[in-house]
Design a protein around this ligand. Structure first.
Ligand code: FES
Length: 152
């Protein structure tokens, strides 16, 4: 992976460097780099002739963009209706407490990102969490430690 500036310049080979293309530019930079760094925002802003705070303003409106490097593993806790009814909130609270992290942020050691999702599409198995590409069903707070210990 090159520097943030090289990544942004490569993306400008695919999109016109103009404000109308800002969202697809940000999406592509994030897909390539894993996040949108300060250097990337500065480079994008200069190219599309917006200020850095305008670029941040647009990007932070969309939950899909992140401005810090991703953790080694991503935990998504389903809080859709079925999972919510069957204990998803308790699972989320246990993760927050045990990992010292709040939804939308990463643990200080860079081990986990924690996020909430609306539905993982397997409601019959609720409550459900996903870690990286793996789905865990009928999760209880008792099972959680054994599950997360598999991810270092
Ligand atoms: S509500 Fe959780 S999988 Fe559908």
């Amino acid at each position: 992976m090159g520097t943030a500036i090289e990544t942004v310049r490569a993306v400008f080979g695919e999109f016109a460097a103009e404000a109308d293309s800002l969202i697809p530019i940000l999406q592509r930079v994030q897909a390539r780099a894993g996040f949108i760094s300060r250097e990337a925002v500065r480079e994008i802003a200069g190219a599309v002739r917006l200020t850095e705070s305008q670029v941040y303003g647009v990007a932070s409106f969309y939950a899909q963009f992140r401005f810090t490097p991703p953790a080694r593993h991503g935990i998504a806790v389903c809080l859709g209706t079925a999972c919510h009814v069957r204990g998803g909130e308790r699972v989320m609270e246990a993760l927050e407490r045990d990992l010292h992290v709040t939804p939308g942020t990463s643990t200080a050691d860079g081990r986990f990102d924690l996020d909430r999702v609306a539905c993982l599409g397997c409601c019959a198995l609720s409550p459900v969490i996903k870690i990286d590409a793996n789905i865990y069903s009928s999760v209880t707070t008792m099972k959680l430690k054994g599950i997360v210990d598999d991810y270092q």
